[in-house]
Design a binder for this molecule. Structure first.
Ligand SMILES: [Mg+2]
Length: 235
């Protein structure tokens, strides 16, 4: 029986590219006056597109525009403190999660800087949908997915054993591997930059996006149904 459903955030509930575009603009705006900010922005976007494990992107972009000595601190700070007022979830995601959340508790397990990830949830307007939100960096970067700790922390907070939980995420190497390793059923969504990756373990289900993932769960006879209302609640 499925008693809880947990979600990844970036590229599962909303397109991460939307957030990154704003973040790179904020980084470029924080560059020193001597730097060509348009060229820096183009370099940031270009280098980031090479892959999402974004080590030293700011340094590499500064290098490319001929300012390897520039102080990166204000730019890194601009990235970390980027907090857009509004981000758009994937179409239908909020409606789907709202319907599912009436039946079972929902959770989020996401990697990244705690303030950055919380700002994304706030901008998406979805924090209230979740019974548990675990941002793995609160335990330290070494506990990022597929490490078991953030998955187990969310399950513990929700008081649901892994065998009764489903995890929905976009990354085979983090979401599917990590969820399966702790004993959850993993649903892979084919959204974001990992959509075309063919390697990785076989998930329980593969679906085009989060709306389809939730719709399939809503039709699943294994999904826990809420207890019938007591007589006193029936008018
Ligand atoms: Mg993701």
């Amino acid at each position: 029986v499925i008693r809880a459903v947990l979600f990844d955030l970036d590229d599962t509930l909303y397109p991460q590219a939307e957030w990154l575009a704003g973040a790179w603009r904020a980084v470029a705006a924080a560059a020193p006056d001597t730097v060509d900010r348009d060229a820096l922005l183009a370099a940031l976007v270009d280098i980031a597109a090479e892959g999402s494990d974004r080590g030293r992107i700011v340094d590499r972009a500064l290098d490319r525009v001929g300012h390897p000595q520039a102080d990166v601190a204000p730019m890194v700070n601009a990235f970390r403190s980027h907090a857009p007022a509004r981000l758009e979830p994937y179409p239908g995601a909020v409606e789907a999660l709202t319907a599912l959340g009436r039946l079972v508790p929902l959770g989020v397990v996401t990697d990244g800087d705690v303030d950055v990830q919380q700002a994304k949830l706030d901008a998406l307007g979805i924090t209230g949908l979740f019974a548990a939100v675990v941002i793995s960096d609160r335990f330290g970067r070494e506990h990022r997915k597929p490490a078991p700790r953030p998955f187990l922390a969310a399950l513990h907070e929700m008081q649901v054993p892994a065998a009764h939980a489903v995890f929905i995420g976009d990354r085979p190497d983090k979401d599917v591997v990590g969820a399966v390793a702790v004993g959850m059923r993993a649903v892979r969504v084919l959204t974001g930059e990992y959509a075309t990756v063919t390697s990785g373990p076989t998930p329980w289900r593969v679906v085009p996006g989060v709306r389809e993932a939730v719709d399939a769960l809503l039709r699943d006879p294994d999904l826990a149904q809420p207890a019938s209302p007591s007589l006193g609640e029936i008018r």
